[in-house]
Design a protein around this ligand. Structure first.
Ligand code: NAD
Length: 323
């Protein structure tokens, strides 16, 4: 019988699929991310054939040393930068990921953050819940319309492209974009215009939505200097990776009226937030949940189970990411 350890609770359906195959499943009890020491403690000497990991689990040589019997680390995530692939490959350990369709979900969440900000939904919701609503008031919680606004999409890959489509076709915004690669689809379908520089995009946009990967070249892509180039009426949305924005500089800009608001799903040092961020009313903050739709998670779980079953039935898992 195959023994599998899952570092934390995942979809019940996925666990059932694996148990139905006759695998013996042990699930970590902790509700928050495990430290590497905790992972090692859980798996050492247990002879697990496979370990199912999350993006927050740091897997490297120390973990491999602790459990030499484990020949599959199946990551329940699209990314796999939490696993030392070179070391895994060297030791003949397979690593898999779950590249499900998260694109529409993340695009939807970016737009949800934007709508919540522009309609001041979070502030208004708190006001009503606190019993402060005493009757219709023409000046109460005035927000702004999306129609006709200029949106700068920074990074027009899979997610950025969908944000452009949804905002242009659904809300009548003008789309400009900045990317190192030209996107002819949105130029044709959304009349999108490629800006020659990031500064140009930031200075003309009413809304800036960030969708670049985290790379050395995109670390602090949004910083103290270029925040000053944005319109004082600009909103910025980030669902990409936290370190793409200098978060302290963003707090300063929001506090001092350099820009109007920010919608964030990711943070520079998450789960820690920059000092002062939660005090600001002109922000909408979510805890890295842009891809947290039932449909996406179920698909990830299905892909994960397929990878594990393929591995144990001597097929190369479709989503094996190392040699
Ligand atoms: P993608 O690779 O399809 O697109 C990224 C785009 O960024 C590409 O078009 C690329 O050319 C462009 N780019 C790269 N470097 C650039 C630079 N220096 N300047 C301008 N453009 C640059 O990626 P994707 O799947 O659309 O994901 C976008 C981001 O969303 C990533 O950071 C990813 O990690 C993040 N993400 C977040 C969540 C979440 O839960 N919040 C979920 C999934 C993905």
């Amino acid at each position: 019988m195959k023994n599998i350890f899952i570092t934390r609770e995942i979809q019940a359906e996925t666990i059932k699929t694996l148990r139905d195959k006759g695998y013996n499943i042990t699930i970590g009890k902790k509700k928050t991310p495990l430290t590497q020491q905790e992972i090692i403690k859980e798996i050492k000497g247990k002879n697990y054939d496979a370990v199912i990991t999350l993006l927050t689990d740091k897997i490297d040589g120390k973990v491999f040393d602790a459990s030499p019997a484990t020949k599959l680390f199946a990551n329940y995530a699209v990314g796999y930068d939490n696993i030392d692939l070179v070391e895994a490959t060297k030791r003949g350990i397979s690593v898999t990921n779950t590249p499900g369709d998260y694109v529409d979900g993340v695009a939807q969440h970016a737009i949800a953050l934007l709508l919540a900000l522009m309609s001041r939904l979070v502030e208004a919701d708190t006001f009503v819940r606190k019993g402060k609503y005493k009757g219709w008031d023409p000046m109460l919680f005035l927000g702004y319309k999306l129609k006709g606004k200029t949106v700068a999409v920074i990074g027009t890959g899979r997610i950025g492209e969908q944000v452009a489509y949804k905002l242009h076709c659904g809300f009548g915004t003008k789309i400009i974009y900045y990317d190192t690669v030209k996107n002819e689809r949105i130029e044709k379908d959304c009349d999108a215009q490629l800006m020659t520089s990031l500064d140009e995009a930031l200075s003309v946009a009413d809304i800036i939505s960030i969708h670049v990967p985290l790379l050395p070249s995109t670390h602090h892509l949004i910083n103290k200097e270029n925040l000053k180039k944005m319109k004082p009426s600009a909103y910025i949305i980030n669902t990409s990776r936290g370190p793409v924005i200098d978060e302290n500089a963003l707090v300063y800009a929001l506090k001092n009226g350099e820009i109007r608001g920010a919608g964030l799903d990711v943070y520079e040092f998450e789960p820690k937030l920059a000092k002062g961020l939660t005090k600001l009313k002109n922000t909408v903050l979510s805890p890295h949940i842009a891809s947290a739709q039932f449909e996406s998670r179920e698909e990830m779980g299905r892909i994960l189970a397929e990878n594990v079953i393929d591995f144990f039935e001597d097929r190369i898992p479709r989503n094996k990411v190392n040699k």
